[in-house]
Design a protein around this ligand. Structure first.
Ligand SMILES: C[S@@+](CC[C@H](N)C(=O)[O-])C[C@H]1O[C@@H](n2cnc3c(N)ncnc32)[C@H](O)[C@@H]1O
Length: 229
């Protein structure tokens, strides 16, 4: 992954896959240290927003090492993981099925799942509108989606702390424990995300309904929710 500029298109897709394959073995360790476990509450809230019926079938899109898969398993749901990086999925410890695939062309039949969740991957995608269109295609009518990613807090002091942590501490710790280039890229990749209003408009244009954005943990995470009509 180049450190001086952010890649686009196919170059970005290949670079993201290779990067996550590289950092997969120590991804969970580094993640636990750098998030101070704040992601635990965010994940809980994200799954709650799906309002799942018992024994639902749920896609974990960009599942990585499967934190959402494990939470869904624990709740008695059927989870299926999909990720571009085989290395990330191979490092997972859950029992659910997973398949290598791109979120922009899901290897999943139309209207075949009750809901879909996606954690911290939006900024890694080459484009968002084709992903939103895939969500409309694979989730059954009435099914819900929940997409969570980081966001920069609006409050000035919080923003300063966020910038320090994300732009300085994350690359430092990530570099010491894993891969310096990857953990320098990850904070910078936040700039790929469109403005909130633009993302909500793209979701609605793709055919999703009730698109909403909620800020979590003082604005360092954002949750996008919607349903298929
Ligand atoms: C920051 S990790 C998050 C993993 C997991 N969702 C979590 O919440 O911990 C981002 C994941 O997105 C995956 N990813 C990136 N682009 C993708 C794409 N186009 N299709 C599928 N997965 C993708 C990466 O391989 C990586 O596993």
């Amino acid at each position: 992954m180049p450190t001086d500029r952010l890649p686009e298109g196919e170059e970005k897709r290949a670079a993201v896959r290779d990067m996550f394959d590289t950092i997969a073995p120590r991804y969970d360790l580094v993640n636990r240290i750098m998030t101070f476990r704040l992601d635990v509450g965010v994940r809980k809230r994200t799954l709650q927003s799906l309002a799942l019926e018992p024994r639902s079938t749920v896609l974990d899109l960009a599942c990585g090492t499967g934190d959402f898969v494990k939470a869904l398993e624990a709740q008695g749901h059927t989870a299926i993981g999909i990720d571009l990086s085989y290395g990330m999925m191979a490092a997972a410890s859950h029992k659910s099925p997973y398949v290598q695939g791109d979120l922009l062309a899901l290897p999943v039949a139309d209207s075949s799942v009750d809901a879909a969740v996606c954690g911290y991957a939006l900024r890694n995608l080459v484009a968002l509108p084709p992903f939103f269109a895939e969500l409309v295609r694979v989730v059954r009518p009435g099914g819900r989606i929940a997409l969570v990613d980081v966001s920069a807090p609006e409050q000035r002091l919080l923003r300063a702390g966020f910038d320090l942590h994300f732009n300085k501490i994350v690359p430092l710790i990530g570099g010491l424990l894993s891969d310096k280039n990857a953990y320098s890229y990850l904070p910078r990749s936040v700039s790929y995300l469109p403005e909130p209003a633009e993302m909500l408009a793209q979701m609605t244009a793709a055919g999703l309904r009730d698109a909403q954005r909620t800020q979590l943990t003082l604005g360092i995470a954002q949750l996008l929710t919607a349903r298929r009509p």
